[in-house]
Design a protein around this ligand. Structure first.
Ligand SMILES: Cc1cc2nc3c(=O)[nH]c(=O)nc-3n(C[C@H](O)[C@H](O)[C@H](O)COP(=O)(O)OP(=O)(O)OC[C@H]3O[C@@H](n4cnc5c(N)ncnc54)[C@H](O)[C@@H]3O)c2cc1C
Length: 379
């Protein structure tokens, strides 16, 4: 697989997918035919995760070419991502608890074997290799992988989520953490996802048979309850003369940037992260940023977190494109506290509007999709 690194290329991939392949999505999307054969899904996630193209832009493009009824499954999957992001925004402690949990888990021999692909489960070993080579796995495979990790290999879900974040080009705090919780049976309490031999056999086109899996596991129990905390970002006006954005919100062109004297794009190094990323993932992010800034105004500077800490010893007011709950937001919160910063967040109207519907389950969220489409004229 060959993931691209510029917005122009990402838009071309979207255009081709919408013109040529999307009509097979509903019937074919659950099959993992292997990394050389991915036309049955869009493979857009690395671009969407970095907001090189947004979920709303993708939706608009799809609906400009196809009636909703023909592509509803695809649109629903796009909105799963929006739903997960909103869900985590409303319960940010789920992220900070995940990070804290990781600090208290030791790396066992079984874990070391799993991440090297040295278990006695062939498909799992292949997927570890595939993940490290392509920095991507098919959605169904991610579900099987997580289920085998938790219930057959009996490893902590948090370490699996950490491993995915380290290796995936599309690694995302919300989609990843909440999907792992969902497989474990914590997200929808008592309902775990069980990887089964027949299902892997069928949806890998008979590539894997006779797997010895734990097909009768109990869900993981986690007693922690998370109350909803409202999102308190009222304002969307430019206030400071310095704008800051992170690598997971790269389409800065969607915001009004003309009035800023200086703009910084931050990519955190591993020393500045709580969950470290693999070298390939950090390199991919660097290339995305460099391509995004190539044609942009010279006043945009690419910096690491450390430089921002230095800047904020003198400057105290910043406008920041809202980075959403996750690594970047946790970093920012640490610096806000340390250096007494005043931050004015710029948030997309679409995000703010959609996230309010993440207060319950996806079924409820989904019922609001027609309202979202018409409010933002996406259909
Ligand atoms: C354990 C586990 C971990 C995951 N971790 C991540 C992650 O870190 N980052 C991430 O972007 N996705 C994650 N996903 C969701 C999903 O697997 C990927 O978004 C999808 O495989 C990306 O491939 P695609 O672009 O071809 O998807 P397509 O099937 O073509 O879907 C189009 C887009 O819809 C969104 N989408 C599709 N399925 C889902 C889903 N189940 N949940 C959320 N959004 C979805 C993605 O933005 C995707 O690009 C995870 C799923 C599981 C089960």
């Amino acid at each position: 697989m060959n993931f691209k690194t510029s917005r122009e290329e990402a838009l071309k991939i979207l255009e081709n997918y919408v013109d040529q392949d999307i009509s097979n999505y509903t019937a074919q999307r659950n099959f993992d035919f292997g990394p050389q054969s991915r036309k049955n899904i869009s493979c857009l996630s690395p671009y969407i995760t970095h907001r090189l193209i947004s979920e709303y832009e993708v939706t608009k493009k799809v609906l400009s070419k196809h009636p909703f009824q023909k592509v509803d499954k695809f649109i629903q999957e796009i909105f799963w991502r929006v739903y997960w992001k909103g869900w985590l925004e409303l319960r940010p402690k789920v992220w900070t608890d995940f990070v804290e949990d990781l600090k208290n888990i030791e790396n066992s021999n079984e874990y070391e074997k799993a991440i090297k692909g040295e278990t006695n489960i062939d498909c799992f070993n292949d997927w570890v290799k595939e993940l490290k080579e392509n920095n991507y796995l098919h959605n169904h495979t991610r579900m099987w992988f997580a289920s085998i990790w938790i219930f057959t290999l009996k490893l902590p879900w948090q370490k699996g989520a950490e491993f995915f974040l380290r290796e995936l080009y599309d690694g995302d705090a919300a989609s990843n953490t909440l999907s792992w919780r969902w497989v474990a049976g914590i997200q929808t309490k008592g309902k775990n996802y069980i990887a089964q031999n027949w299902n892997i056999n069928k949806f890998t086109n008979n590539r894997y048979k006779d797997l010895k899996l734990n097909e009768n596991p109990q869900p993981i129990i986690d007693q922690r309850e998370y109350k909803i905390s409202p999102i308190n970002i009222d304002n969307n006006e430019n206030k400071s003369d310095i704008l800051v954005f992170f690598e997971n919100e790269l389409a800065f062109q969607s915001f009004n940037i003309d009035s800023y004297k200086k703009i910084y794009c931050i990519l955190l190094t591993n020393e500045e992260r709580q969950v470290e990323l693999g070298d390939k993932v950090l390199e991919y992010k660097k290339r995305l940023i460099k391509n995004q800034l190539k044609n942009a105004d010279l006043k945009i500077e690419f910096i690491e977190g450390n430089k921002f800490i230095g800047l904020s010893n003198n400057e105290k007011d910043f406008d920041v494109i809202y980075p959403s709950v996750g690594e970047n937001m946790s970093f920012l919160k640490r610096i806000i506290k340390k250096n007494n910063l005043i931050i004015n967040y710029l948030i997309r109207n679409e995000d703010k509007y959609c996230w309010q519907f993440s207060n319950k389950g996806y079924f409820n969220f989904k019922s609001n999709i027609p309202k979202i489409l018409s409010k933002f004229k996406l259909n």
